[in-house]
Design a protein around this ligand. Structure first.
Ligand code: FES
Length: 152
């Protein structure tokens, strides 16, 4: 594992990539989208402050649950640029995100729990569709399936 000694306060893009698990190209992409930032050396090489590791971890975890990059960027923009964000800074972000994350959890639970049921999508392909959605009555009042309709 690419352990980075605590005496190291600035990382090269290679170190950031190795420790975070994000490809160098992804880090460049994140930087181009304003999700992370670096300074340039006199040799024009990027150097990232060590707390960028936490930002990258946050970006990747949020992306994995389907949160759009723009939403992630807006959240990270709340963190101070001029200093390493504290636990309180992250708590503030987490508080703001609670509703967004709770809604995603609800959507994921609904998806998990309804995959074996009729979801009212109009396919009438499951045995219980004839009971739950006879003659596709759901089509009269919604577009798509119940999986989404209830979440709107
Ligand atoms: S699952 Fe599609 S209509 Fe029932």
């Amino acid at each position: 594992m690419p352990q980075i000694p605590e005496t190291v306060h600035e990382l090269t893009v290679g170190q950031l990539s190795a420790r975070s698990g994000a490809a160098v190209s992804a880090l460049h992409f994140y930087e181009s989208k304003g999700l992370i930032s670096s300074r340039r050396t006199t040799g024009n090489q990027r150097r990232y402050s060590r707390d960028t590791l936490r930002r990258v971890a946050f970006v990747r975890a949020a992306q994995r649950v389907g949160i759009p990059l723009a939403t992630i960027r807006d959240a990270l923009a709340e963190l101070p640029e001029e200093r390493t964000p504290t636990r309180e800074d992250w708590a503030g972000l987490s508080q703001k995100w609670r509703a967004e994350l709770d809604e995603r959890i609800r959507q994921l639970n609904r998806l998990r729990d309804h995959l074996t049921d009729c979801i009212g999508c109009g396919c009438l392909s499951l045995e219980n569709c004839v009971l739950s959605n006879p003659d596709d009555v759901f089509g009269e009042r919604l577009t798509g399936s119940r999986l989404l309709a209830e979440g709107r």
